[in-house]
Write a protein that binds this ligand. Sequence first.
Ligand code: TXA
Ligand code: MG
Length: 317
Amino acid sequence: MITTNINKAAKALQNDDIIAIPTETVYGLAGNAYSENALKKIFAIKKRPYYNPLIVHIKSVSSLSTIASDVPTMALKLAEEFWPGPLTLVLKKQPHISDLITAGKETVAVRVPNHPIALAVLEKLDFPLAAPSANPFGSISPTTAGHVFDYFEEELEVILDGGSCERGVESTIIGFEGNQPVLYRYGSISVEEIERVVGPLLFTVNNDNTPNSPGMLSRHYAPITDTYLTNHVADLVHSFQGKKIGLLLYKNEIPNQEDAIQEVLSENGHLHEAATKLYAALHRLDKSNLDVIIAEKFPDDGLGKTLNDRLQRAIKK
Ligand code: TXA
Ligand code: MG
């Protein structure tokens, strides 16, 4: 059930239960990162394949050395700049970190979430939290407690309500090849913001056979309704005449489309606002019994790159 009781949430976690917690990006499906039992439950509830590793959530930079070793100077610089916040670092793991978390890799993904409730829960625990996004594998990430409830009413006894997620898209994931920082997943912090701190990033190739970061799988974050992504929404609307259409738009409604449901993400054209609202709008459209969702491409820089990346993975191939 949905609750705001932090003590109840901490107790459940100490009992090896899996609960939903709010973070500034999206809601997470959290369990004790040091309990094999809890980790297995996360995979079972999410129906997530074991080859897809989890992010470990810690309460502060000072806990990092309990999770990772040989942390590059650049990683520390990024942590100092962006934690608590929507940056996940992929680092060499400490030997005790479970293979369930890392999918058998030698690296572990870790971040400090920037949400008062997530931090308050972590403060009550003597273990870190493993937490993937709180959606079934492959579907749209949740940005409200209600979204989580719709997915996991049956499976979760505790859904900790922290309101709507302030960022609305997942963390940016950065790894290292030697001392070279590498982008594994576009996210809430733009490439430009990261590069301002550590210089040019390498970009991993998006390859379904050997995904470096399965958030990079080509179909992910997907609604059930057929979804298209275009620069020319009006033209595409025209070609779906007679269908029930939902429009996901950046700044402006499409005129003379009384029958279409239109979701405008940011009338003033703020990418941050659009990011915050994106998944909630997709959830609403996906529940509106439509034949098709047509999404408008965002300007392709800054946070726009992240939003285009997510929409690209939501479309039918
Ligand atoms: O914003 C977020 O990151 C949210 C909130 C809940 O913190 N979490 C999230 O988790 O998006 P999830 O499980 O949906 O995505 C985690 C991503 C996956 O794409 C996974 O492959 C990648 O992190 N990942 C985890 N460990 C990794 C590793 N060792 N190397 C490369 N990628 C890794
Ligand atoms: Mg996810």
